[in-house]
Design a binder for this molecule. Structure first.
Ligand SMILES: Cc1ncc(COP(=O)(O)O)c(C=O)c1O
Length: 1011
C-alpha cells in the first residue's frame, strides 16, 4: 500500500527536495506512515526536521488548516511544545510538487523529540495528569479559533458517530451486544450534546500521538504530533479521545481517567454539562474505533493485523460497560472538585432543615454503645479476630456485654480491616485494592430483632445476597420526599423470612416492621446486625448496592450514600478525630528527634500488623519484606498473648526470682554452641553490643576493637565508635583511636572478588594486619566484632574461610570474637539457627536483638563461662528492664513459635525459591548486578553497568517507591544506597514470594529502570 503511494520519492529525492526548496543540506530517512510520506531529515549542523509529502488525495485547505492550528497554538503561549513550520526559500508553507498525475503538497516541519505515550511505562498518576493538562492546553489554546476547513465530516469525531449505526451488523457475537449498548448510550445522549461548548479540536490525542519526555518523576508531556483529524466539534471531545487511550490496558480504567480529567480541568475548567456526557463520549470514541476495524476487516478479511489490533479497545469496552455511566459521571465530577452526586445537596438541605420525623431502624436501647471498628481500633484486638466470623461475633458480643447494652452502632465512613479479604478486593492499576470504607451504619443487636421502615416508602427491590461476607437478605425501599428528592434506604443482613412476602412497589408505612435482624448463618456470616444505608442513586442496581468503598473513592461514595445519622438526628455521626499524616509529620519535625527518618516520599500511617502484612489507616495492605524485627510475623497471636498475660500479672526485675527468665534463657542456650552457655538479657541490639564490648574489654584487659568497613552495631556512643557505617557516613567524625577498620569482605565490589578462590583468606589477612598494627603500639586486640552477614552495609555475605581465619588471628593475639546476630539470628539464615554457623566458627560472644522480641524491646548477650566469670569483678551488673518477666515471656514464645511453625525451614525453602527467582531476573535485566544472602536475608544490587558496577542509586530509590505503589514495603541500603533488602517476617510464604517476584519484574520493566 505504502509502496504505490510513495512511488517516485526515495530518500535520495528527499535530500534533493530539501536542498532545492529549503536550502538545507542533510541526510534523509523514510519514516513509517500509512497515508502520507514522511522523511526524517538531519542537516549538517545536526538540526532535525520532518519532510512531509501529503498523499495524492490530500486537499490544500486541510493542510492550510493544519498549519493554521499549529501557528495558533504556538501563538497562544499555553505552554505546548509543538512542531514548527519551516517556510521554503520562496517563502511558502506548502510547496506544490508537480508529479505525473497532478500535484503533491510538501511541508517541512521541525522535528520534535519524545516518545509516544503507548511506549511509556508506567502510566503513573502524575503522567496521566500531565496528559490531561496537555489536552487542556490544546482546548485553551484553540478556544475562539475557527477555520472554514474544520467544519467537516470526520468519522473519528465522537459527536458525529451516527454513521456507526449502519455498520453495527458487521460486528459479531458478544461484541455486537457491547457495541449495540454503547451505540444506544450515544443515541440516548445525543441531544444533551447540543448545549455543549464547541471549538476547533485537535481531535486525535491517541497514545501514538501524545509525546512524552523524561522518565520516572521527571516525566513531561510537551504536546502532540499529527494534526490530520482536526475538526470543529464539542470541545470536551478533546479530553474524551485522550481518555479512551488513557484508560486502555488499565485494570481500573476509571481511576486512570480521574488523573487526566483533573489535569485537563486545572488547565481548562470543564463545565457540568460536559462532565455529564464525558463517559459516553469516551465509549463512543472506542465504539468508532472498533467499528472502523470491523469495516476494514470486512474489506480485508485476510489481514491478520486488523484481526487483533482492536483488542485493547474491546477489552476496555468490556470493562466500561460494567460501569454505570452515572457512577462514572459522579466520579468525574469528583475529580473536578464538584459534589459527585448533585442530589446530595438537596438531601443535605432537607435533613438539615429540621426534618427529624423518621423512625429509628431498630429498637433503641439505653445506653447505645458506639463501636470503634476502624483499622487501628484497639477494641477489636488481633487481626485474626476480624477475619474469623465466630471470633468477630464473640468480640462484638463481649464489647456489648461489657457496655451492658443490647445495641451497638458501627460508624459511617469508617475504614475497617475486616474488609481486607478476597470478598472485597479487586486489581487496581498498580496493586490489589480493597473496599474498606463503610458507607452505611451498622446496628448490632440480637438476631430476630425487628427492623422498621424509617419513612413511608415503597419496596424498590429485595434479594438474598447469599455469598459469604455479603449482605444476606436485603431490602431496598424507595422514599419519595418531594418531586426533587427521591432516595432509597437499604437494610441488609436480615433474616431469610424478611424477604419472603414482599413484592416490588409494595407500599410501606413509616415504622412498619419490614424485617428482622438475621443470624450469622443467614446474613453472610457476620455478627447479627442491621446494615442501614442511604442511597441517593441506585445506579441501576436491584436488591444490592455497595456498602463499602475503596478509600480513594471515599468522597464519591459518601456523596451517593450520605451519613444515615443525618436522617435520625440531623447531625453527622462524627468519627473520633485522628491525627492526619500531615499533623504527625509536622509534630515530629518540631518535637521529636530531628534526625529520625521517615520512609517514603509520601509517609505511611501504619496502624495494624498481621503475619507478613502491615495495614495503613485506610486499610491498605502492604506486604512487608523489610521487617525482620517482626520475626515470626506481625502481632503473632501467641507472642501477643504471652506478653499480655504476663503483663497483667507481674513485671519486675531480675532481683526477684522468676521462672520466665530461666525458661527463656534455657531454650535460647539450646540453640547456641555448647561453649556459649551464659546469657545477659538486655533491651536492644545496641545495648547487647555495648555489653559485649564491656565483656571483651574486661576479659582481655585491652580496648582495641577490630571492625568492618560499613559495619553497623548500634546507636550508643560505644556502638557508633565501632560502626563505620555511621562514623564514615554522613555526619560521622571518622574513626577514633583504638578502633581499626578492615576492608569490607565483599566479593561483589570489594578488594577481592568472587572469582578469587582465596578471597576469604585475603580479607582475613587484613585482620591480621590490624592485629599487627595494634601490637606495634604495644597493645593487643580486645575483640573483633562482625555481623554474620553485613546488613546495613548492603546484605553482604562473608566469603568462605574469612571468619575462621580472622578469628584465629585475633585469638592468637589474645582477643575475643563477637558475632553480631542482631539482624541475622533466630533461624533467618535458613540452613542454621545462627548465621555464624555457616562459617564453621564458634564466637566467644554472640549478640542478639531485633528478632528475639518480635517487636518487643529485647536483646541478649550470650558468652562463655570464662568471659562471664571475668566480668564478675565486684561491680554489680544491674539492668532495670533486662530480663523482666514480660520480656522473657515474649522471647520464650518467639523461640517456641520458630520451632513449632518450622520457620527456620521456611526461611530456607522460601528464601531459596526467592533467590532463584531473583537470579533469573538478574539474567534478564541489565540493572540487576548481584543477588546474595542466605535464607530470608537477601539483597539485590542495582548497577548502571554490570562491568563497572556503577551504583544505580536513583533507580534503587525509584524502585523502592514504586514497590510501595504496588503494595510492597522494601528498602534500600548499602554504602551507595543501591541494594534492595529483602528480610521479611519468616512467615513469608511462597505465594508472597511469587507476588514479590512478579512485582519486582514489573517495576524492572519500567522506563526509569532501563539503562
Ligand atoms: C547488625 C546490627 N547490630 C546492632 C543493631 C542495633 O540494634 P538496636 O537498634 O536494637 O539497638 C542493629 C540495628 O539495626 C544492627 O543492624
Amino acid at each position: 500500500m505504502t509502496e504505490t503511494r510513495t512511488k517516485g520519492f526515495s530518500e535520495h529525492d528527499a535530500i534533493t527536495l530539501v536542498v532545492t526548496h529549503y536550502g538545507i543540506k542533510g541526510v534523509a530517512r523514510k519514516l513509517n506512515g500509512e497515508i502520507d510520506l514522511n522523511f526524517y531529515i538531519r542537516d549538517v549542523t545536526g538540526k532535525e526536521y520532518v519532510l512531509k509529502i501529503a498523499n495524492p488525495k490530500e486537499n490544500l485547505q486541510q493542510l492550510e488548516l493544519q498549519n493554521a492550528i499549529m501557528k495558533r497554538l504556538a501563538a497562544s503561549l499555553v505552554g505546548l511544545d509543538l512542531q514548527q513550520i519551516i517556510t521554503s526559500t520562496d517563502n511558502k508553507e506548502i510547496v506544490q510538487l508537480p508529479v505525473d498525475d497532478g500535484v503533491r503538497f510538501m511541508r517541512m516541519l521541525t522535528w520534535i523529540d519524545g516518545r509516544v505515550l503507548a511506549d511509556v511505562k508506567p502510566h503513573s498518576p502524575s503522567l496521566l495528569y500531565k496528559v490531561g493538562e496537555m489536552c487542556g492546553k490544546l482546548s485553551k489554546g484553540l478556544s475562539g479559533f475557527d477555520h472554514e476547513a474544520a467544519h467537516r465530516f470526520m468519522k473519528w469525531d465522537p459527536s458525529q458517530a451516527n454513521w456507526v449505526g449502519d455498520h453495527l451488523n458487521k460486528i459479531k457475537g458478544e461484541r455486537r451486544d457491547i457495541a449495540a449498548y454503547c451505540y444506544s448510550l450515544f443515541e440516548k445522549n445525543q441531544s444533551a450534546l447540543d448545549s455543549l461548548r464547541k471549538s476547533v479540536n485537535y481531535n486525535d490525542a491517541n497514545d501514538y500521538n501524545i509525546l512524552i519526555r523524561g522518565t520516572g518523576n521527571n516525566v513531561a508531556v510537551p504536546g502532540v504530533i499529527d494534526f490530520g483529524d482536526v475538526v470543529y466539534t464539542h470541545t470536551i471531545n478533546e479530553l474524551a479521545i485522550a481518555l479512551a487511550y488513557v484508560m486502555m490496558h488499565k485494570a481500573d480504567p476509571l481511576e486512570a481517567a480521574i488523573h487526566a480529567i483533573k489535569g485537563y480541568h486545572d488547565q481548562y475548567p470543564i463545565e457540568e454539562n460536559e462532565l455529564a456526557v464525558l463517559f459516553i463520549l469516551v465509549t463512543t470514541r472506542l465504539l468508532i474505533s472498533v467499528t472502523c476495524s470491523a469495516v476494514n476487516l470486512e474489506e480485508h478479511p485476510e489481514n491478520i493485523y486488523l484481526q487483533i489490533s482492536d483488542k485493547p479497545a474491546w477489552d476496555l469496552l468490556r470493562k466500561l460497560i460494567a460501569i454505570s455511566p452515572e457512577l462514572a459521571h459522579y466520579s468525574f465530577r469528583n475529580a473536578c472538585g464538584m459534589e459527585p452526586c448533585a442530589k446530595n445537596k438537596t438531601f443535605t438541605q432537607w435533613v438539615g432543615t429540621g426534618f427529624k420525623e423518621t423512625v429509628f431502624p431498630v429498637k433503641k436501647s439505653d445506653p447505645i454503645q458506639w463501636l470503634d471498628l476502624r483499622v487501628d481500633s484497639l477494641d477489636t484486638g488481633l487481626t485474626e479476630n476480624l477475619f474469623d466470623a465466630s471470633l468477630l461475633n464473640r468480640k462484638i458480643s463481649q464489647l456489648m456485654s461489657d457496655a451492658g447494652t443490647t445495641l451497638a452502632i458501627g460508624r459511617y465512613n469508617e475504614a475497617r480491616a475486616f474488609y481486607t479479604t478476597d470478598a472485597f478486593t479487586s486489581q487496581g492499576n498498580d496493586a490489589p485494592q480493597w473496599r474498606t470504607v463503610h458507607v452505611g451504619m451498622d446496628f448490632f443487636t440480637n438476631p430476630g430483632s425487628e427492623v422498621y421502615a424509617v419513612l413511608d416508602g415503597t419496596v424498590h427491590s429485595f434479594a438474598n445476597n447469599s455469598a459469604d461476607r455479603d449482605y444476606g437478605p436485603t431490602i431496598i425501599l424507595e422514599h419519595r420526599v418531594s418531586d426533587d428528592l427521591v432516595f432509597y434506604s437499604l437494610s441488609g443482613h436480615l433474616s431469610l423470612d424478611s424477604i419472603s412476602n414482599l413484592r416490588p412497589g409494595q407500599k410501606i408505612q413509616k415504622s412498619d416492621i419490614i424485617g428482622r435482624v438475621g443470624t450469622a448463618e443467614e446474613n453472610g456470616k457476620w455478627p447479627p446486625h442491621l446494615h442501614f444505608q442511604i442511597i441517593l442513586d441506585m445506579l441501576d442496581k436491584q436488591g444490592d448496592f455497595p456498602g463499602v468503598a475503596f478509600a480513594h473513592q471515599r468522597e464519591l461514595w459518601k456523596s451517593i450514600s450520605p451519613d444515615p445519622w443525618l436522617l435520625f438526628t440531623g447531625k453527622s455521626s462524627e468519627e473520633v478525630p485522628t491525627l492526619t499524616n500531615e499533623a504527625i509529620v509536622a509534630y515530629r519535625s518540631q518535637h521529636l528527634g530531628k534526625n529520625m527518618s521517615i520512609s517514603y516520599r509520601e509517609p505511611i500511617k501504619m496502624v495494624r500488623g498481621h503475619g507478613a502484612y502491615l495495614l495503613d489507616d485506610t486499610g491498605r495492605k502492604y506486604l512487608d519484606t523489610v521487617n525482620n524485627v517482626a520475626h515470626v510475623g506481625h502481632e503473632h497471636p501467641r507472642v501477643v498473648a504471652a506478653g499480655q498475660a504476663q503483663m497483667a500479672v507481674l513485671n519486675t526485675n531480675t532481683r526477684y526470682l522468676h521462672e520466665n527468665l530461666v525458661k527463656f534463657v534455657e531454650m535460647l542456650l539450646n540453640t547456641t554452641p555448647s561453649e556459649l552457655n551464659v546469657a545477659f538479657v538486655v533491651n536492644s541490639g545496641s545495648e547487647a553490643n555495648e555489653l559485649a564490648m564491656r565483656l571483651a574489654k574486661t576479659y582481655t584487659e585491652q580496648k582495641d576493637m577490630i571492625v568492618s568497613e560499613v559495619g553497623y552495631h548500634g546507636n550508643t556512643n560505644g556502638c557508633i565508635e565501632i560502626s563505620s557505617y555511621k562514623f564514615d557516613g554522613a555526619g560521622g567524625k571518622g574513626v577514633t583511636p583504638f578502633v581499626h577498620v578492615i576492608p569490607i569482605a565483599d566479593v561483589y565490589r570489594g578488594l577481592y572478588r568472587s572469582n578469587d578462590p582465596k578471597a576469604g583468606s585475603k580479607y582475613a589477612l587484613h585482620v591480621f594486619d590490624a592485629v599487627k598494627k595494634i601490637q606495634s603500639f604495644g597493645r593487643a586486640p580486645a575483640a573483633l566484632i562482625y555481623e554474620s552477614v553485613i546488613s546495613c552495609g548492603g546484605q553482604v555475605e562473608l566469603p568462605a574461610g574469612f571468619l575462621k581465619e580472622a578469628y584465629q588471628f585475633v585469638r592468637n593475639a589474645g582477643g575475643v570474637c563477637v558475632a553480631d546476630e542482631v539482624q541475622t539470628g533466630c533461624g533467618r539464615s535458613g540452613d542454621h539457627f545462627w548465621a555464624f554457623q555457616q562459617h564453621d566458627v564458634v564466637p566467644d560472644i554472640v549478640t542478639i536483638g531485633k528478632p528475639i522480641g518480635n517487636g518487643h524491646p529485647l536483646g541478649v548477650v550470650v558468652t562463655t563461662q570464662a568471659i562471664a566469670d571475668s566480668f564478675k569483678n565486684g561491680m554489680e551488673y544491674f539492668n532495670t528492664f533486662g530480663g523482666n518477666p514480660v520480656s522473657c515471656a515474649v522471647g520464650l514464645e518467639v523461640l517456641r513459635v520458630i520451632k513449632d511453625e518450622g520457620l527456620q525451614q521456611n526461611a530456607k525453602v522460601v528464601g531459596g525459591y526467592l533467590k532463584s527467582g531473583l537470579h533469573s531476573l538478574m539474567n534478564t535485566f541489565e540493572i540487576v548486578g548481584d543477588v546474595r544472602g542466605p535464607g530470608l536475608f537477601i539483597g539485590f544490587e542495582l548497577v548502571k553497568d554490570k562491568e563497572t558496577k556503577e551504583p544505580a542509586t536513583e533507580q534503587a530509590s525509584y524502585f523502592a517507591n514504586r514497590m510501595r505503589d504496588k503494595g510492597i514495603l522494601m528498602s534500600t541500603d548499602g554504602p551507595f544506597n543501591n541494594v534492595l533488602k529483602i528480610k521479611p517476617p519468616l512467615v513469608f510464604s511462597q505465594s508472597n514470594a511469587d507476588f514479590l517476584l512478579e512485582s519486582i519484574a514489573k517495576v524492572l520493566e519500567e522506563d526509569y529502570m532501563s539503562l
